[in-house]
Design a protein around this ligand. Structure first.
Ligand code: GAF
Length: 382
C-alpha cells in the first residue's frame, strides 16, 4: 500500500470522510555542512525517498482536527489556539500559526482536518519533523490559496519549529525538503538563502548512499544542540562578527588566541565545515562523487573531536563502513544520536551492511537499521 493510501485510510478512519487533497514532504539526509546553517554558512543536503504524506480537507468552521497512525486519537484545536500546541501536533499546528507571520490572515482563515502518515524514522537524524512541516505547509498553502514561494514556506517551517516546538534549529532541513531535486543535492547559502541544485551523479559512478540509523534517539528541543548554538554565538561575539559566516579559515589563528579552548574548537568546526561544503560542491562539479570521500571523513572527525556531537555508535558505524569499502562516511544531522551516511560502491554495500551489523553486535550496541537513500524531488501536492 502506498503512503498516500495509508494517509487516506487514516483520514477516513478518524474523520469518516474523504480527503480533498494530499501533500508529500520528504525527509532529508545531509551530505555535508553540519551546524553551519544557523551560523549563516553553507549546507549541502538532499531530500530523500522517505516522506510524510498529509491527507487534508478544508472545513467550513475554524476547527482543526489532526490524526496520525504514529499516535493514537484525534487532536482537536482551532485557529485561535495554535501557539500552545504540544506533542506531535506542535508541528502541524505550529505551521498553521507561523503562516500567520508570513502573510496568512488567520482571523479570516477556515479550519481543516488533516491526517499524517510518515515513513521517515523519528529521532533518526533524517528530519521527520521537516517532512511533517513541509507536507503541512503545502497543504495549508493550497487550502488557504496563499501561493507562497518555497523559500518562504521553508522559513514558515523553521519558525514553527523555533517558536511552537521550541527547538532552536536552522533553515537546512525545511529547505532540503522543499527545494530538493531528483539525483541532486541542495547547495544552500544560509545567509542569502540562494539555493542551487548540484547533481550527485551517483548511479553513473556506481555509488549509493547508505544510511546507518544507530537508533540512538535524539531531540533538538533540549540539551546539546542549543548549547552548541550558544557557543557558536559566543565565538562570533568575541571575534567581533555578527555570525561565524564572517570568520574564515585564515582567521583561525587569531580565533585561537582570543577564545577559550571549547569555544575555539566549536568555531573551528563551523569555519572548516563551511570550507568543506564549498570544496565538496567544487569537487562534485569537476570530478564527480568518487572524489568527495575524504571531505566526508574530515567532516566526521571535526564533528567527533571539535564540535563533540558524535556518539560511540556513530563513530563505529563510520569506521566500519570505511573499513568495509565506503569512499567516505560521516554522521548526518544534528548529532547526539541518529544516523550516519556512507558513500558506498554499490557492489560493496551488502557486505558493508553485514560488517556494520556484526560490529554493532560485538560492541553490545542495538542492531542498527540500514537502508539506501536516493535523492528525490522536494515536497509536492499529489
Ligand atoms: C538539525 C537542525 F534542524 C538543522 O537546522 C541543522 O542545524 C542540523 O541539525 C545540523 O546541521 O537537523
Amino acid at each position: 500500500m502506498t503512503s498516500t493510501n495509508v494517509a487516506a485510510e487514516v483520514f477516513a478512519a478518524a474523520f469518516s470522510a474523504e480527503p480533498t487533497g494530499f501533500a508529500l514532504g520528504p525527509g532529508r539526509a545531509n551530505l555535508i555542512g553540519e551546524h553551519t546553517d544557523y551560523n549563516l554558512g553553507f549546507v549541502l543536503p538532499f531530500a530523500i525517498d522517505r516522506a510524510a504524506v498529509a491527507a487534508f480537507r478544508p472545513r467550513a468552521d475554524r476547527q482543526i482536527r489532526l490524526a496520525t497512525d504514529f499516535a493514537p486519537g484525534v487532536i482537536t484545536s482551532d485557529l485561535d489556539h495554535l501557539e500552545g500546541a504540544g506533542g506531535w501536533s506542535a508541528y502541524p499546528l505550529g505551521v498553521a500559526w507561523a503562516l500567520g507571520e508570513f502573510g496568512a490572515d488567520l482571523h479570516a482563515a477556515t479550519g481543516f482536518d488533516l491526517a499524517l502518515h510518515s515513513d521517515v524514522p523519528v529521532g533518526a537524524g533524517l528530519s521527520s519533523s521537516a517532512a511533517i512541516e513541509s507536507a503541512t505547509v503545502l497543504a495549508l498553502d493550497a487550502m488557504w490559496g496563499l501561493g507562497l514561494d518555497r523559500r518562504t514556506l521553508a522559513r514558515v517551517g523553521q519558525r514553527a519549529e523555533n517558536v511552537v516546538v521550541g527547538a532552536p534549529t536552522g533553515i537546512m532541513d525545511q529547505s532540503a525538503s522543499l527545494l530538493g531535486e531528483a539525483d541532486s543535492a541542495v547547495f544552500l547559502d544560509c545567509r542569502s538563502l540562494q539555493a542551487s541544485a548540484i547533481p550527485l551523479g551517483l548511479d553513473a559512478a556506481g555509488l549509493e548512499i547508505l544510511v546507518i540509523d544507530t537508533r540512538v534517539s535524539h531531540a533538538h528541543a533540549t540539551g546539546g544542540y542549543a548549547t552548541r548554538r550558544a557557543q557558536c554565538e559566543e565565538g562570533a561575539r568575541v571575534l567581533g562578527a555578527t555570525s561565524l559566516r564572517e570568520v574564515g579559515v585564515d582567521d583561525l589563528d587569531r580565533a585561537k588566541s582570543m577564545l577559550n579552548d571549547v569555544v575555539y574548537r566549536r568555531v573551528k568546526h563551523v569555519v572548516t565545515e563551511n570550507q568543506r561544503v564549498l570544496d565538496t560542491v567544487a569537487t562534485l562539479r569537476t570530478s564527480g562523487p568518487g572524489q568527495i570521500g575524504a571531505l566526508l571523513d574530515a567532516s566526521h572527525v571535526s564533528m567527533r573531536d571539535d564540535f563533540e556531537i558524535s556518539v560511540p555508535e556513530l563513530d563505529l558505524a563510520v569506521e566500519t563502513a570505511v573499513a568495509a569499502g565506503a569512499l567516505g562516511a560521516r554522521m548526518t544531522g544534528g548529532g547526539f544520536g541518529g544516523s550516519a551516511i556512507a558513500l558506498m560502491p554499490v557492489e560493496r554495500a551488502r557486505d558493508a551492511q553485514a560488517a556494520i551489523a556484526e560490529a554493532f553486535g560485538r560492541a553490545g550496541f542495538a542492531e542498527p537499521v540500514q537502508f539506501e537513500v536516493r535523492a528525490v524531488a522536494g515536497a509536492r501536492l499529489l
